[in-house]
Write a protein that binds this ligand. Sequence first.
Ligand code: PRP
Ligand code: URA
Length: 213
Amino acid sequence: MRLADERLNVLEHPLIAHKMSIMRDGSTAPSQFRQLVHEVAMLEVYEASRDLATEPVEVETPLRRTVGKRIAGEKLAVVPILRAGMGMLDGVLSAIPSAAVGVLGMERDEQTHQPHEYYAKMPRGIADRTVFLIDPMLATGGSALSAIHYLREQGVCDIRFLVLVAAPEGVRAVLQEDPDVRIWTCALDDGLNEQAYILPGLGDAGDRIFGTL
Ligand code: PRP
Ligand code: URA
């Protein structure tokens, strides 16, 4: 499969590129790193929500009646993959505050790199919602695929997976395994090292967000 897949969106924007460079810098403190994850997540969901359907709505301004638009009946949910995905949650919610939130706990085994699901709590009616699945890192794709399988089992049709840094290996795995998921990433990096860390990447996103280095 080519990586120039129409389901893969690599965001190119000066603001995102600038913020990502500071985040990649290993000397950036957790407080600034966290703030930047928040800002980039807000910009990213703006792009990933571009095609949500709208419907006309009548509005009475202080001067006269007019017709505006509102999001048409689509119920939205944001699902962070714990723990690092929590760093993106507030940024996404600041753009779509009415979205419901579900959480999925996945941890990657440091030796085998296999994900282990340890927690799941979804909002009511998850099957009918457009789901923004969020995690800063897409490396082998194991955690993402477990999360996507879980959401498919819950009946979710529209999954939009938002990451900050993706490795080609992970992107291929996710797109090959699931025929419908769409991915947004702020960077498509070179590949993985022997420990399945993304190169050049930004290190361990969860540790940098939560200061557990
Ligand atoms: C990281 C990251 C992803 C996963 C990516 O989480 O946030 O969830 O690894 O790797 P993969 O594509 O190879 O599965 P990690 O398991 O380190 O847990 P954390 O969020 O608690 O730091
Ligand atoms: N998880 C991270 O946090 N960083 C990587 O590079 C790979 C997995």
